[in-house]
Write a protein that binds this ligand. Structure first.
Ligand code: CA
Length: 230
């Protein structure tokens, strides 16, 4: 199970991470709300352990943004707040469960297990744009029913573009969220362009309707209807 921990307190984050690792999970830690949201937009997680009070975006802001992410992973909200109205705010914002700090790790684990069991029963998870469909569980990509074979990087890129359907995605966003390399001495722009060109050939070549568009000087856009396309 891939679990994202969004927690700014290093001791708490490390304790949860090593506990989950010992349980055979694959935890990732984000130290700020902004980083947490970027990872949620770029990857697929089975569950999220989300602290309420965070630098950057707080837990409630992340929960609101998560409503637009498919598939939405179940969220266990950590809170130092124990007032009834705070719990209601948390659950109303889309948290699936909450845990009041301080808590025992066994309790966190039990809650997470219950959440992922519930989530596992849901229907298949599809991303769709026009006749292009991605099944996020099987990683199968098809257009008009015909399977498209993608490399793992092309797949990640396409998921990222489709999750931002209708929004312009810059090369900087792709470098940060798909490649996750922000400290390179040379920019990734050329590498990204090469992968995008390949992806676009596989997805759009020979089709009447193109889905991946270049916005000159800005970035890329996944959209059904072409406009100011190059
Ligand atoms: Ca905190």
């Amino acid at each position: 199970m891939k679990i994202l921990i969004v927690e700014d307190e290093p001791t708490t984050a490390d304790a949860i991470r090593s506990g989950l690792q010992a349980e055979g999970c694959v935890p990732e830690v984000a130290r700020t709300g902004t980083e947490g949201l970027a990872r949620l937009q770029a990857g697929i997680f089975d569950a999220v352990v989300l602290d309420w009070m965070l630098p950057g975006l707080d837990g409630i802001a992340i929960l609101r943004a998560l409503k637009h992410i498919t598939p939405k992973p179940p969220v266990l909200l950590l809170t130092a707040k124990d007032a009834v109205e705070d719990r209601v705010t948390g659950l109303d914002s889309g948290a699936d469960d909450y845990l009041v700090k301080p808590f025992a790790f066994a309790e966190l684990l039990a809650r997470l297990r219950a959440l992922t069991r519930r989530a596992g029963g849901e229907e298949s998870l599809l991303l769709q744009s026009g006749d292009l469909v991605i099944d996020l569980k099987t990683r199968r990509v098809s257009r008009d029913g015909n399977a498209i074979a993608l490399t793992p990087r092309e797949y990640d890129l396409l998921v990222y573009l489709m999750r931002h359907t209708g929004q312009v995605v810059t090369r900087g966003m792709i470098a940060r969220d798909v490649w996750r390399e922000t400290n390179r001495s040379t920019p990734l722009d050329n590498v990204i362009d090469v992968h995008l060109a390949r992806l676009r050939r596989k997805v759009d070549e020979g089709r009447d309707k193109r889905l991946i568009h270049t916005i000159r000087g800005v970035g890329f856009l996944c959209r059904e209807k072409p406009e100011s396309d190059t």
